[in-house]
Design a protein around this ligand. Structure first.
Ligand code: AMP
Ligand code: FE
Ligand code: FE
Ligand code: ZN
Length: 283
């Protein structure tokens, strides 16, 4: 059986394995094909490419921080983007804008925590991000170091990063994201679209509209979806002619899920590859 995991994070964002270590771990987990999908960056692509083991095909991608402005309050969502041209200027500019905002946003969160006497610093958090896309898991790491919580998950509770010290980030309008990814020759797949455990989710009608605007697929098999939610995603994808994916959303030790915990069917993968024109699969 071909084992395909299309959603994995490295230290280029909030994973804990370097891109090179991620490649080695993918091979060790028995994957045949894996995607590197760091938040709002292609910064891990080169190192992953250089370290790719024989026998492991690499799909270069990213996970875009998006927002739907059609609800009040607006709803954040994640868009996986595969095999796009990273030099396409408009998409690259949007990603850079989000990454820069991630820095000031993380600094604001740290300031709020410090104002309440929490002994962590922005340089410490910045250091954990190691030059990659900074995110709340890096602040969680500082909270763990300071002995205030034991796990990343605990740091996302409402008394910490989940609500009390929450600051939104400068996400990309989701329709703009779909358009830019397509223009860069990439393939957009909506990540964990019905994961109510992560917060509010968008209505099916938005997914209908996104499909008309160029959305290519929906991630169904994901640890944050219940079996019922996975069925709903599959049914919706079938109705709209979208491909269905499954993936681990591996984050190293920032999450408990392991590589290959959920997989994508070869037929769906082949449709993604056949549609992409930005960069090729490696291997
Ligand atoms: P940010 O992108 O900075 O808003 O942080 C969100 C990231 O934190 C997502 O990529 C998730 O992978 C991670 N995350 C969200 N909720 C949790 C949680 N409860 N436990 C661990 N990681 C989480
Ligand atoms: Fe993440
Ligand atoms: Fe995500
Ligand atoms: Zn992810």
């Amino acid at each position: 059986m071909t084992r395909i995991d299309l959603h994995c994070h490295s230290t280029a964002s909030d994973g804990t394995l370097t891109p090179a270590e991620l490649m080695t771990a993918g091979a060790a987990a028995g994957l045949d094909i894996m995607a590197i999908t760091d938040h709002d960056t292609t910064g891990g692509w080169a190192a992953a490419t250089a370290a790719r083991p024989e026998g492991l095909a690499l799909v270069r991608g990213a996970e875009l921080s998006c927002r739907w402005f059609g609800a009040e309050p607006t709803i954040p969502l994640h868009m996986l983007a595969y095999l796009f041209d990273p030099t396409e200027p408009q998409l690259a500019a949007e990603l850079a804008r989000v990454r820069v905002d991630r820095e000031s946003r993380a600094e604001q969160i740290v300031e709020r925590l410090r104002a309440d006497g929490v002994p962590i610093t922005w340089p410490e958090v910045h250091d954990y991000a190691a030059g990659g896309s900074v995110g709340r898991p890096h602040i969680a790491q500082a909270l763990i170091r300071a002995g205030l919580v034991h796990t990343t998950n605990e740091a996302f509770a409402s008394r910490w990063l989940g609500a009390r010290y929450f600051v939104p980030k400068a996400d990309i309008d989701v329709f703009e994201a779909v358009r830019l990814v397509r223009e860069a020759g990439g393939v957009p797949v909506f990540a964990h679209p019905k994961a109510t455990s992560r917060g509010r989710v968008v209505p099916d009608q938005l997914i209908v509209e996104l499909a008309a605007a160029g959305l290519f697929g929906l991630e169904a098999d994901h640890e944050d979806h219940t079996p019922e939610q996975r069925r709903e995603v599959r049914a919706l994808a079938e109705r709209l002619g979208l491909v269905v994916t499954g993936s681990s959303d591996f984050h190293g030790t920032h999450k408990t899920v392991q590589l290959g915990a959920f997989l994508t069917a070869p037929s769906a993968y082949e449709k993604i590859v056949a549609t992409a024109t930005g960069v090729p699969v490696l291997g």
